[in-house]
Design a protein around this ligand. Structure first.
Ligand code: FES
Length: 397
């Protein structure tokens, strides 16, 4: 996945309704994320893909993916995101888009723009693609190259962002913000306005996958966040005066919050992700949890959604220990993020340590402190590439 933030943002509308406090009525997944491949030409050190992606080379075939799309659509899913890795690495992408479009999905391509061409944009438009999100690493070529690991990437992204608009697509430009680029937020916004983005996602890094590995070298300081918020506020005010309708979304990192996000709109509530080799997950990071998740090669998606152990493991409120169980905010935040609880406390059953009520909140406070002290330079980060992934995989006992 090109952005560490794509599905880890709070999603306000939960698909769970409750007939009483303990028994959730399970509504269909509205959003299917197809992680088509872990292959990617870039090496962003904040990628949310699993650290051991290089050990997982298998990918579903075109026919297998289309079967998954049909099953999701039959359940009532309406939106399909094509992600990765870099989804453009799949030669059958146009065929998959066409199949999803014919089934009635609203389709969204989440891409770095590397590998995109004018011709492909036309082919995808003919196939019925509805929407494109292009991710950038920075507002200038040098920093972009240092983060992406490619000298040519920035110019290619600029060219493709212009081409996306010329083809009439609605366009989101996504910037993952961290301590190395957040101070150029004014230049980032200027670039987005110049490129005529419809939506701008200024999404501060969320710490999963490679971002978690590099957390100390990526987490901005509180001062940096506050300065960035002020800049966004000023731009929003002046854009409103000018009648500029570009939507500026600024996502703060939950490391500076006192309450956790309602991750995924609740576990198994509205979102389903399928990995390149066909594992179905209630969130894109969940494969790291010590929970067995089913494969779409062995089970129907409807069966997975309603009956699998993994999708029911943290649904509703029954699983919650204290302090979540008796918390009057639990219907808002569902105890926070299960992956974050697991990464920071060793158990996904715990409250997300972002919550000030958690007995593990000191871990968040320590991370904030470390952000004030660290001097980590970009070249010292662990980049997301096959060599590093293989080394990490080999070191896992
Ligand atoms: Fe929050 Fe997995 S990322 S539940």
């Amino acid at each position: 996945m090109t952005s560490a933030n794509f599905s880890s943002r709070p999603i306000s509308k939960s698909g769970l309704s409750f007939v009483n406090e303990q028994k959730p009525v399970v509504n269909p997944p509205l959003w299917l994320l197809a992680e088509l491949t872990y292959r990617c030409p870039l090496q962003c050190p904040y990628c949310s893909n699993p650290l051991d992606f290089a050990s997982q080379d298998k990918e579903l075939t075109t026919t297998q993916w289309i079967k998954v799309f049909k099953q999701a659509r039959a359940m009532g899913s309406v939106q399909l995101g094509f992600s990765g890795g870099e989804p453009l690495m799949r030669k059958d992408l146009a065929e998959l888009i066409a199949a999803a479009h014919d089934l009635g999905f609203y389709t969204n391509l989440i891409t770095s723009g590397i590998g995109l061409t004018e011709k492909k944009l036309q082919t995808f438009a003919d196939a019925g693609l509805d929407h494109i999100q292009i991710s950038f690493q920075a507002s200038d070529e040098t920093l972009n190259a240092a983060l992406a690991g490619s000298e040519k990437a920035f110019r290619q992204k600029l060219a493709m962002a212009k081409a996306v608009k010329a083809h009439g697509y609605p366009m989101v430009l996504n910037f993952v913000l961290h301590r190395h680029n957040i101070d150029q937020i004014d230049r980032i916004i200027e670039l987005c306005l110049q490129l005529e983005a419809d939506d701008v996602e200024l999404a501060t890094c969320q710490f999963y996958g490679w971002a978690q590995l590099n957390r100390e070298g990526l987490l901005p300081t509180r001062d940096q966040i506050e300065r960035a918020e002020q800049v966004v506020k000023r731009y929003r005010e002046s854009m409103a005066k000018d009648g500029n309708l570009t939507n500026l979304l600024f996502v703060t990192p939950d490391y500076y919050e006192e309450r956790p996000k309602g991750c995924m709109g609740g576990w198994g509530a509205i979102f389903i992700s399928v990995t390149p080799e066909g594992t179905a997950l209630p969130c894109h990071s969940a494969r790291q949890l010590p929970v067995k998740f089913p494969s779409v090669l062995e089970h129907d998606l409807d069966d997975i959604w309603h009956h699998s152990f993994g999708f029911n493991r943290y649904r509703g409120f029954d699983w919650m220990p204290e302090p979540c169980r008796s918390c009057d905010e639990k219907e808002k935040d569902y105890g926070g993020c299960r992956c974050q609880a697991f990464m920071l406390t060793g158990s996904a059953d715990n409250a997300d340590p972002v919550c000030a009520k958690s007995s593990h909140h000191d871990k968040i406070l320590a991370a904030r402190e470390a952000a004030n002290r660290t001097r980590t330079q970009i070249h010292e980060l662990q980049f997301r590439n096959r060599v590093n992934s293989q080394l990490i995989f080999k070191s896992i006992p």
